[in-house]
Structure formats: C-alpha cells, structure tokens
Design a protein around this ligand. Structure first.
Ligand SMILES: Cc1cc2nc3c(=O)[nH]c(=O)nc-3n(C[C@H](O)[C@H](O)[C@H](O)COP(=O)(O)OP(=O)(O)OC[C@H]3O[C@@H](n4cnc5c(N)ncnc54)[C@H](O)[C@@H]3O)c2cc1C
Length: 236
C-alpha cells in the first residue's frame, strides 16, 4: 500500500525511521492564545506579545496553571510501526483516527532498524540500558526481520487472494508493519507527550517521533516551548 499521502512532496513534513513520517496537517496555535486565555480572567486582551506576556507564560508553566495551554490545536498525520502506535494511543488526551486494515490492504512497509539501532538490553527492569551489538549480530537481526516480514506478507497476500477477509488475514502481520493515523492534540497534552516520550526512558523509536512533534511545538509556540524546556520539560 502506498502512504495515504504522498508525504515527501508536502510541507511541514519530518521523515522518521525507515518508512515513517510526522506531518503537521493543520495548526491553530500561538503563544498569544495562552496569554489571552489567562488574561480573560481580568477582562484583558492583547493583539501582540510583549515581554510581560513572555513572563506570564513562564509563570503559568512554572506554577502549573495548565488550562491556558489548551486553547490551541495541532493536527498531525503520522506514519509509524504498529508497536509505536500502540504506545502513542495510550495518550488519552487527544483524538485519533487510524488507517483500517479491515477496509484497506495492509502496507508492504515494515520497520527494519538501522544497524546502529539494533541493541541489547542490559540491567534490571526499571533500570535498563540499551547498548549496541556487534555488527554481525546487527546484520543478522536485520536479515531475520526482513525474512519474517517477507514470509508474513506473502501469507497475508495468499489469504486475501484465497478470499479470506482482510480483517482475518491481517492476523499474520507483525507489529513492525507500518500504520497511519491522524492525531489532534493541544499544547498541554503535547507537552505531556513530549516530556514522556522524548525522554531517555522512552523506547528509541517513539522518541524519534516525539522529537519530530516537539520540533513543531517549538516552531509554532516558541515562548511556551522555551518555558517548557526551562521547567525541566515538565508539562503544566
Ligand atoms: C517510559 C514509559 C514506559 C511505559 N510503560 C508502560 C507499561 O509497561 N505498561 C503500560 O500499561 N503503560 C506503560 N506506559 C504508558 C503510561 O502508563 C501512560 O499510559 C502513557 O504514558 C500516557 O500518559 P498520560 O496518562 O500522562 O497521558 P494522557 O492519557 O494523554 O493524559 C494526560 C494527563 O491527563 C490526566 N488524565 C488523563 N486521563 C486520566 C484519568 N483517567 N484519571 C486522571 N487523570 C487523567 C493525567 O494528568 C495525565 O497525565 C509507559 C509510558 C512510558 C513513557
């Protein structure tokens, strides 16, 4: 299956992993919306940011007055492996719509980590570190994944050809298969997502996606973003 959108040809697009991307499909977000949401308490309204507004944003973030950061919206189009989407969908504050493998044919794209991303897990639960493996093991891991993906996809196509419904045939596909979804989220929930998923403790693959969505937050709401970073990346 081709990507839902011909992603490389469109703006506001960040490639992620081997076949994925984050694309900002639409946005209604700026720092002024935070200021005006807060200042409505005093029946005040601003048309442009000044230094006192930047101070206000830093104060709101530091003191965890979170609701003024909710009057905005980022609509993302994301393409990622199913295992990344599963982690992503745990974030309940936001709206999702996903590509359906009941109605459309599954993608032929599967995630194969780059050699440097094939890693070993060292330590105890809660305190793992992930270290590179020898080049030979990295290559054989990649070859194993490619072979399993090929076999799985052939089985999927055979079942569909034989008349089995896509909703049953998809059972043979591994979680490395790519999926796509739309995610609409406000800056408060986005900061919460970034604080958890761009952190060292998050799995490397979703971290790459979190870094991509973070770059859009930084671009569209720079004062909010700077305050978030200064606040140890804690969401309000
Ligand atoms: C490193 C890491 C490891 C993880 N490992 C596991 C795991 O092993 N197993 C597992 O099941 N999950 C795991 N998770 C998922 C995690 O438990 C959360 O479900 C996920 O990170 C979403 O976070 P959230 O609830 O803050 O976000 P959202 O669901 O977007 O919620 C945002 C905020 O809204 C508020 N909120 C939302 N819903 C409620 C509610 N029902 N009641 C009260 N407040 C609410 C909370 O303040 C919350 O922080 C892991 C997450 C990370 C980052």
């Amino acid at each position: 299956m081709a990507a839902v959108t011909d992603a490389p040809a469109i703006p506001d697009y960040r490639p992620v992993l081997d076949h994925g991307f984050v694309r900002l499909d639409a946005v209604m977000a700026d720092d002024l919306s935070v200021v005006n949401a807060a200042r409505v308490s005093f029946a005040r309204h601003k048309d442009a940011m000044d230094a006192s507004d930047e101070g206000l944003i830093r104060f709101l973030l530091r003191e965890r007055h979170g609701t003024p950061f909710e009057h905005n919206s980022f609509r993302f189009h994301i393409r990622c492996p199913i295992f990344v989407a599963r982690e992503w969908f745990r974030h309940r504050i936001g709206s999702f719509n996903e590509f359906s493998m009941r109605y459309a044919k599954a993608t032929e794209d599967f995630y194969v980590p780059a050699p440097e991303d094939v890693r070993t897990q060292v330590g105890k639960p809660g305190a793992y570190t992930f270290e590179s493996v020898e080049p030979e093991l990295a290559e054989s891991t990649r070859a194993t994944l490619e072979s399993v993906y090929r076999t799985a996809y052939e089985a999927y196509e055979e079942l569909v050809e034989a008349g089995v419904a896509r909703e049953i045939a998809r059972c043979v596909l591994p979680v490395g298969a790519y999926t796509e979804f739309f995610w609409t989220v406000n800056a408060r929930a986005l900061m919460n997502f970034v604080s958890l998923r761009a952190a060292e403790t998050a799995q490397r693959e979703i971290r790459r996606y979190a870094e991509a969505v973070e770059s859009f937050l930084a671009e569209k709401m720079p004062v909010t973003y700077e305050a978030f970073v200064a606040n140890d990346r804690t969401a309000p």
